[in-house]
Design a protein around this ligand. Structure first.
Ligand code: NAD
Ligand code: ZN
Length: 251
């Protein structure tokens, strides 16, 4: 087989790492059938996101939020981890990667076998819902039955608060504990691998910058150019599953 210098460079960076962090965005899940936001034809070219303040202020915005979420349910439910997720899980299993910091809300890193405590979700999780006030957990299939029966958006049985998917919307405060853990892991990393993020959403995109300024090697795997290519040590404009799968040796 012909030698591929980019894959060789990635393999070597992984072999040299003593404590890597993998940072993922929507691009790692497109090969699982979940569309990203900013690829051509991505979700955003079709609908603007609903701001958290609108969700709080208006029943109509809450109804639209839930309508969109349930419309995506078949896609999320059918999605299984792909080769990229499996390669990341293997890096964690080997102890090469200490943590996975993800902007994704699909739960596919956990689904591929990364232990919960090593997945840091910056934007929460859309596979379940919770009360915004008391954090009581709710399952989507239960909420969906009531929503489709009478069109009312869910309120908490315990405290009457609004129930929303456990995600961080635009305009909503970042999760304090996840941000703290992500910063700690980023500062401790000697290799920081970005996979599938356009690196335009802050504060999440600040982590690769922090890693680089802290002396880590920065690798970016993304089909399109990103906002941080200029400071990266290695940029691979290739598909994630094949690239990481080959470099890590996972099918
Ligand atoms: P983004 O949509 O801004 O960027 C994704 C990037 O991945 C694009 O630059 C695209 O070129 C690249 N890409 C797509 N498929 C790829 C592949 N197979 N191989 C290599 N590169 C690929 O994503 P983002 O930076 O994560 O920001 C979107 C925000 O929306 C996130 O913060 C997240 O919370 C949310 N989101 C999550 C999901 C999910 O959980 N799967 C899906 C859509 C959006
Ligand atoms: Zn409640």
């Amino acid at each position: 087989m012909a030698i591929d210098p980019e894959i060789t460079a990635l393999t070597r960076a992984i072999e040299r790492a003593r404590r890597a962090v993998v940072f993922t965005g929507a691009g790692i899940s497109t090969e699982s059938g979940i569309p990203d936001f900013r690829s051509p034809g991505g979700i955003w070219t079709r609908m603007a996101p609903i701001d958290f303040s609108d969700f709080l202020a208006s029943e109509e915005a809450r109804r639209e939020t839930w309508r969109r979420r349930f419309a995506m349910e078949e896609t999320f439910r059918a999605a299984a981890p792909n080769r990229g997720h499996r390669a990341v899980a293997e890096l964690v299993r080997r102890g090469t990667a200490a943590a996975v910091i993800t902007q994704n809300i699909d739960g596919l890193h956990q689904g591929s076998g990364v232990p919960d405590e090593q997945v840091i979700e910056l934007h929460g999780n859309t596979t379940y819902a919770h009360c915004l006030d008391c954090k009581a957990r709710y399952e989507l299939h239960v909420l969906r039955i009531a929503f489709e029966r009478d069109g009312d958006t869910p309120l908490c049985d315990d405290c009457g608060g609004y129930v929303k998917t456990a995600t961080i919307s635009f305009g909503q405060a970042m999760p304090v504990e996840a941000m703290r853990r992500a910063e700690t892991e980023t500062r401790a990393a000697d290799l920081f691998i970005v996979a599938g993020s356009s690196l335009v959403v802050y504060p999440a995109a600040g982590f690769p910058e922090l890693a680089k300024h802290n002396g880590a090697k920065l690798v970016i795997i993304n089909r399109e150019p990103t906002g941080l290519d200029a400071i990266a040590d290695l940029v691979l404009n290739r598909s994630i599953g094949e690239t990481l799968g080959t470099a890590v040796g996972v099918d």
